[in-house]
Structure formats: C-alpha cells, structure tokens
Ligand binder design. Structure first.
Ligand SMILES: *Cc1c(COP(=O)(O)O)cnc(C)c1O
Length: 373
C-alpha cells in the first residue's frame, strides 16, 4: 500500500499527487440517478463492482436501493463480502477447484451466485458447494451478441438450466444476458439495434425455459451505455451497470440520443496531478502518467481547463499542450484529469480521496485492487 495521499479536512491543494479523487456531489448524483431510474422502471439494480473495487461504494449503492453487487472475479467477491456486502453475483464463469472452494466458503456469509456456459463448470461448482454444505446460485450465460462467453440462446440454454437445477448444491436462478460490445457503440441508434436483437435472443430463451417447465427468476444484464434500453424492455429485470458511478471519456464519447457527448451521468472520478515542470509557455508536464491512469482508451481529458490538452503520456509523466487561449500553468498547479477508462484506472490506486466543496471528506480503501484471481 502507498502512503495515504490526503487527510480528512485538507484542501485539494494539500492532497499529495497523483491521487484518485471522487467528487462526491457528482458521484451521489450518479448513484441516485440510476437507483431512481431502476425504481421507476420496476427493475432491480445490481451494480458492477469491477468498476470501483470498493466495499464502501458497494454499501452506498445498496443503501440507495441496489439488491447487491456483481463482480467479475472471486477475489472481488471476497473483498465485497469481507466489507459487508451480503449478496454477490460473479457475472462470469469460474473455473478450477481452488477458486470454486473460495466462492463456496463465502456462501456461509452471503448469498453467492455465478454464471455457467458448460456442464463441466456446473459439475465442479456443485462439488465445491457440496463439500462446504452450501447452496450457490447459478445463472446460464447466453451470448446475446458479444461473442465472448455464453451458450446459444434457446434450447442449449434451457438444457444447461435443467442441468444446473438438478445439480446438488446449486440453485438455478436465471439468465446472464449482458451485451458488452453494445455499450460503446458510437450512436444511440446502433445501441438500440443491438439491444433489440439481444432482447429477441433472451425472449427465445425464456420461451424455451417455460416450455421445459423451468422457472427463471432473474434476467440480468445491461451496462452504462444501454441501461435505459434493457430497463424499459420488460424482458430484463436486473441491471448491472458499473461505470455509471464514475463515467470516463470513453463513455462520454459514445454520444447521447440527440448527438453531442453522453451526459446521462456526470464525471465523478479524476486523477489529481501536479505540474512538475513548465519547459515552455505552451508545454506543461504533470506527475501522473500510465501508472496513475489507464491509457488504452486514449489520453485523459483535463477537467475545467479550457484549451489545455494531454498530448502525450508515458509511465510517470503527462505532457500538456497549453493553447493560446489557456490560462498559463505554473509549477505546482494542480490539474484534474478525467481518465479514458475508469475500471483499470481505479486498479492502479489504493485509496479514493472523496472530496466535497474543495475539501477532503473521506478516504475509502480500494480493497479489491489487484484482485484478479
Ligand atoms: C463490465 C460489465 C458490466 C458493467 O458495464 P459498465 O460498462 O461498466 O457499466 C456489467 N456486466 C458485465 C458482465 C460486465 O462485464
């Protein structure tokens, strides 16, 4: 763990950098906006913890109305349960007895579910659950267009559901139907088409399950880019969006229904950096590079600084181009960078520095940082 970058009560200028900042007003706006949407749409909300990796945030989501959390890795599930979350679904396949035993052990303290797309996975999870004397929830992941994991919609899914329902130690819960590649399609019309197609794959599968007398409680899916489509579809009944609490430039760039940026949610996550060198009037160098934010979705944006742009990133440096309209940057100035991609950025930090009205309000540990197994 690193040195804690700030103290409660200190001003933003006193925060040591690079630091991961959460703007509490924007964060709470996002938290309540999706919770309110889910409530009025009549669907459950199970936000994805792979975004924030932090039980403190998970519990805030639950307090706002979420039924629990999704996560991608067993290590994330462990951090969440250790932090007090009582209902966790691994929205992913889990392979190998060591991981399955860790998951079964958690089921003594929380409601735990996981996804399947093959019978071998079901056999192994059933064995782990039986060894620990617990019940694990099981969802069939269907491929609704992403072409990653998942069985085909329809009868293949229904067969696997029956297999789960019959397996000792497992309880069939429903369908995992997440269309990951639809989230960042660059126009609303494309996203709408992708989710319409996904909906018909889910519908076919629900029909096949009904035909075979299998009760399916949960239809889970959706992310930050398409939540409103699944949420109003009358097919999905559980939303798994994750990035909505923070936003990032990749999501801003997908565009809204009427064009422009995607503004459903506000930017609440920033990397605070300090200007460490000003070699020329039009160039400033900050102390945060690829070890403080992810770069695979492009360089970060500079928040609230007109005509200042990140034009180069390396391990420990960010190169800023200061345009002619910009206020000059001076040594020691702080800048707030909006990351290209929130999830891998969070994974580079041990603490959130939660800020309101220019002061540090709280420090939240990112206890699932690096939980990649
Ligand atoms: C990442 C992910 C989500 C959440 O997506 P966001 O784009 O972060 O909102 C939901 N479900 C699954 C299975 C995911 O992998």
């Amino acid at each position: 763990m690193n040195v804690i970058p700030a103290q409660v009560g200190s001003t933003i200028d006193e925060i040591d950098t690079p630091a991961l900042i959460v703007d509490l007003d924007a964060f709470e706006h996002n938290l309540h906006k999706l919770a309110g949407f889910s409530r009025s749409a009549g669907v459950r909300l199970r936000p994805h913890a792979k975004t924030h990796k932090c039980p403190t945030i998970a519990l805030k989501q639950v307090a706002a109305g979420a039924v629990g959390q999704c996560c991608q890795k067993v290590g994330e599930a462990e951090a969440l349960v250790r932090g007090g979350v009582r209902d966790v679904m691994v929205s992913n396949e889990v392979v190998g007895m060591p991981k399955l035993r860790r998951l079964a052990a958690l089921a003594a303290d929380a409601t735990v579910a996981l996804c399947f797309d093959a019978k071998e996975q079901v056999d192994a999870a059933s064995r782990a659950a039986t060894e620990f004397g617990v019940t694990l929830g099981g969802l069939v992941e269907i491929d609704v267009g992403m072409q990653r994991c998942g069985v085909a919609a329809g009868n293949a899914a229904s067969d696997l559901a029956r297999y789960i329902a019959d397996a000792p130690g497992l309880r069939f819960r429903g369908l995992q139907a997440y269309h990951g590649t639809a989230q960042h399609l660059p126009s609303f019309a494309q996203r709408e088409r992708a989710i319409t197609d996904a909906a018909s794959a889910v519908r076919t599968t629900i029909d096949a399950l009904e035909h075979n007398g299998i009760i399916c409680e949960v239809i889970s899916g959706a992310g930050t880019g398409t939540f409103a489509l699944e949420g109003t579809s009358r097919i999905w009944n559980e939303l798994q969006a994750g990035s909505y609490v923070f936003m990032d430039t990749e999501y801003a760039r997908i565009g809204g229904k009427e064009g422009g940026l995607y503004t459903e949610f506000r930017h609440s996550l920033f990397v605070l950096a300090t200007v460490m060198s000003v070699p020329t009037a039009d160039r400033a160098i900050v102390d945060a590079g690829l070890k403080s934010y992810s770069g695979e979705k492009g360089p970060p944006w500079v928040h609230n600084r007109e005509d200042v742009e990140v034009v180069g990133v390396s391990d420990e440096h960010g190169k800023l181009k200061v345009g002619p309209k910009a206020e000059r940057l001076r040594m020691g100035d702080k800048v707030m960078l909006i990351p290209g991609h929130c999830d891998p950025t969070v994974n580079l930090h041990d603490w959130y520095v939660a800020v309101r009205a220019g002061r540090v309000q709280a420090l939240w540990p990112i206890t699932a940082r690096g939980a990649s197994s």
